[in-house]
Design a protein around this ligand. Structure first.
Ligand SMILES: [Zn+2]
Length: 276
C-alpha cells in the first residue's frame, strides 16, 4: 500500500493497483458495501472490486488532518499491521504533510441524529459549539472486557495518547467460526487482542486497561471520516460498530436540514507531503 499526495478537493480515494482498469474508489459513506467485520468500500458500478478494513487508516488520516490523499493498494484489504492505527499514524508523520491553498471545510451537524439497534446499541451525532468530541461505551459478557467507557475531544495529541495504539479484539470462540467462513485467516496474537472469558490470551497483555473501548472509539474516528470531511459535532456511541457508524452517516445525510458545510479558516486542507 502506498499513500500519495493529492490535490485540493480530491478527498481520500483508494485505487486497486493490482487491477489497472479499475476506477478509483472514494472513501465515502455511500460507497460502504459491507460492515460485518470491517468497513469495506466499493464503487456502485463495480461492487466486486473492494477495499476492506479501511477504518484504522482512515482514523490515522482523520487525526492527522489529511483531507486529500490517493491510496494505492495491490489487493482487497489494507495491511492489518498490529491491529491498531499506530503504524499508519507513524508513517504519515514520517512522510509529513503540506498545507494547501484553500480553506478547510468541515461538516457542521445542525440537529441531533440517532440510529439504534434492537440490542440496545446506538450511535448519535449532536450539534456542538466548536470542534469534534467523541464518547463510546461497550458492554461485553466476557469478563476481560466487561463495561468500559471513554470520552475525549478530537485532537491529534489526544488521538495518539489515548486511542491510536489500541488494537482490535476478538473472542476466542468467534475465531473458529470466522475461519470456517474463510475469514481472519491471517489473524493472530500479533494483530489482535484475543479474549477468552476473564482472560487476555496475548502473552504481553493489554496496552491499556481500557484498550477495548478505546479501540472502538478509534474505529468511530475512522468510520465517521467517510463523511468526506471532519465534523463539527459531538458523537456518542454505545456498543456501536462499523454498521451503526455507517447507518449514522446515511441518516445524517438523508436530510439537508441535519448538516451544512462550514469553512474552517484556522487550518488549511492538508495532503500527504511525500509518498508514505
Ligand atoms: Zn478496528
Amino acid at each position: 500500500m502506498t499513500l500519495r499526495p493529492a490535490p485540493v478537493n480530491h478527498g481520500i480515494v483508494f485505487r486497486r493497483s493490482d487491477l489497472p482498469d479499475a476506477l478509483p474508489i472514494p472513501a465515502r459513506y455511500d460507497n460502504v458495501v459491507c460492515t460485518r467485520l470491517s468497513t469495506v468500500i466499493a464503487r456502485a458500478d463495480a461492487p466486486d472490486i473492494r477495499v476492506a478494513t479501511i477504518e484504522h487508516l482512515m482514523a490515522a488520516l482523520h487525526a492527522n488532518g489529511i483531507d486529500n490523499a490517493l491510496i494505492d493498494i495491490d489487493g482487497p484489504e489494507t495491511p492489518v499491521l498490529d491491529g491498531s492505527a499506530a503504524e499508519f499514524d507513524f508513517l504519515i508523520q514520517c512522510a509529513g504533510k503540506t498545507e494547501q491553498d484553500v480553506a478547510r471545510v468541515v461538516i457542521e451537524v445542525l440537529r441531533t441524529v440517532r440510529v439504534e439497534d434492537d440490542n440496545g446499541a446506538f450511535a448519535e451525532l449532536r450539534p456542538a459549539r466548536a470542534g469534534f468530541a467523541l464518547a463510546m461505551s461497550i458492554d461485553f459478557t466476557a469478563g476481560a472486557i466487561g463495561h468500559q467507557r471513554h470520552a475525549m475531544p478530537f485532537t491529534l495529541d489526544r488521538f495518539r495518547q489515548e486511542v491510536g495504539y489500541c488494537r482490535t479484539f476478538v473472542e476466542r470462540k468467534e475465531i473458529e467460526t470466522l475461519q470456517k467462513m474463510g475469514l481472519a485467516r491471517g489473524g493472530s496474537l500479533h494483530n489482535a487482542i484475543v479474549v477468552e472469558g476473564d482472560t487476555v490470551l496475548n502473552p504481553c497483555g493489554l496496552r491499556h486497561p481500557k484498550e477495548f473501548v478505546r479501540h472502538k472509539l478509534m474505529d468511530a474516528v475512522g468510520d465517521l471520516y467517510l463523511a468526506g470531511h471532519t465534523l463539527k459535532a459531538g458523537f456518542m456511541g454505545h456498543k456501536s460498530g462499523h454498521g451503526l457508524n455507517n447507518r449514522l452517516l446515511r441518516s445524517l445525510f438523508s436530510s439537508g436540514e441535519n448538516w451544512r458545510l462550514a469553512g474552517q479558516t484556522a487550518r488549511n486542507r492538508s495532503e500527504i507531503h511525500a509518498a508514505a
